[in-house]
Design a protein around this ligand. Structure first.
Ligand code: IPM
Ligand code: MG
Length: 367
């Protein structure tokens, strides 16, 4: 049997330094658990633009289509702010999502016990929080046509188009129901059907798909009310399914509830490939944080937990994913904290590399 393949795209800013720590974890699974990956590495984002004049080279795109999973660090930086839209680092990421057709973006928001004090909300509101946002990722206003800045009379008009087909809603809804079945069997769908036709259709299709999942308790909220409920009492939710733009906003909101943006992973999944594995890209929810890049201040945990999600969703290694997640929790319980999580009494500040090493040591303690 050939080893599963993994394409690593560290990207810009803190991407490369957090990915260095993930490589230690990948190596550990190879050495200690006999889980060997064929790892290749390439460029995406600003660094790809610097080398090739495009944020994603066609060869890299082709490689991404072939591997079993892609693991991405982060893209972007102020250096690229003035570039044309089509050349910006973010376009590299959007091209990967679109061409791999990664329509279901899973963004867990989980509050780690050791970090519950870190939230800007009261501890009892967030302690034990464990919700999953499923964001549609390949359509909606991010990709709808027409789009652009046009002349109209004597002024300009900026246009983007929210557009969803029934099949696009159907497939992401199905992913969300499937996840809900494996969790607490509660799904809340969020749209703005009170003002948007696309939201009316969204709700209709979700209700239709729900008939195939009678065990899942389905509810609906307008996305603005959903944002309010997420801050008021987030533990009322289990799985939330929503469109591309609302999902972008609500997942940042949910991430901050946990007090630890540097901790949150994500998975972007598409249709199954020939080998049965879904097309998949894993990446931290945080960005490239250019202000702290290269200083050993970045928290590698979001990227490490993204690899845990790859173990679970691409490689059918749920038990090994649990092992890695428990190692992360153990290290946090020991009081080790990267620069983004300092402030409490009695914690031990560590660098990016020290955090990676500590997680490897915690993994060692499990075997
Ligand atoms: C995200 C980011 C991206 C998005 C950017 C970098 C294009 O905010 O993954 O949430 O808007 O989707
Ligand atoms: Mg975002």
């Amino acid at each position: 049997m050939t080893n599963p393949s993994l394409l690593i795209l560290p990207g810009d800013g803190i991407g490369p330094e957090v990915m260095t720590e993930v490589r230690k974890i990948i190596d550990w699974f190879g050495a200690k658990r006999d889980l060997v990956f064929d790892v290749s590495e390439d460029l995406v984002g600003g660094c790809a633009y610097d080398k090739h004049g495009t944020p994603l080279h066609d060869d890299t795109m082709a490689k991404a289509q072939e591997v079993d999973a892609v693991l991405l660090g982060a893209v972007g930086g102020p250096k690229y702010d003035s570039l044309d839209f089509s050349l910006k680092p973010e376009r590299g990421l959007l091209r990967l999502r679109k061409e791999m057709d990664l329509y279901a973006n899973l963004r867990p928001a989980q509050c780690f016990d050791a970090l519950a004090d870190f939230s800007s909300l009261k501890k009892d509101v967030v302690a034990g929080l464990d919700i999953m946002i499923v964001r549609e990722l390949t359509s909606g206003v991010y990709f709808g046509e027409p789009r652009g800045i046009f002349e109209e009379g004597n002024e300009r008009v900026g246009i983007n188009t929210q557009r969803y087909t029934e099949s696009e809603i159907d497939r992401v809804a199905r992913s969300a129901f499937e996840l809900a079945m494996r969790r607490n069997k509660k799904l809340c769908s969020m749209e703005k059907g009170n003002v948007m036709e696309s939201g009316v259709l969204w709700r209709e299709v979700v209700i239709e798909v729900g008939k195939d999942y009678p065990e899942v308790e389905l509810s609906h909220m307008y996305a603005d009310a959903g944002a309010m409920q997420l801050t008021r009492w987030p533990k009322q939710f289990d799985v939330i399914v929503t469109d591309n733009l609302f999902g972008d906003l609500l997942s940042d909101l949910a991430a901050m509830l946990t007090g630890s943006l540097g901790m949150l992973p994500s998975a972007s999944l598409g249709a199954p490939m020939e080998n049965g594995r879904p097309k998949a890209l894993y990446e931290p929810v945080h960005g490239s944080a250019p202000d702290i890049a290269g200083q050993g201040k970045a928290n590698p945990i979001a990227c490490i937990l993204s690899f845990a999600m790859a173990l679970r969703y691409s490689f059918d290694q749920g038990a090994e994913a649990d092992r890695l997640e428990q190692a992360v929790e153990a290290v946090l319980a020991q009081g080790l904290r990267t620069a983004d999580l300092l402030g409490e009494e009695g914690v031990t500040p560590v660098s990016t590399a020290e955090m990676g090493d500590a997680i490897v040591a915690a993994l060692d303690a499990t075997v």
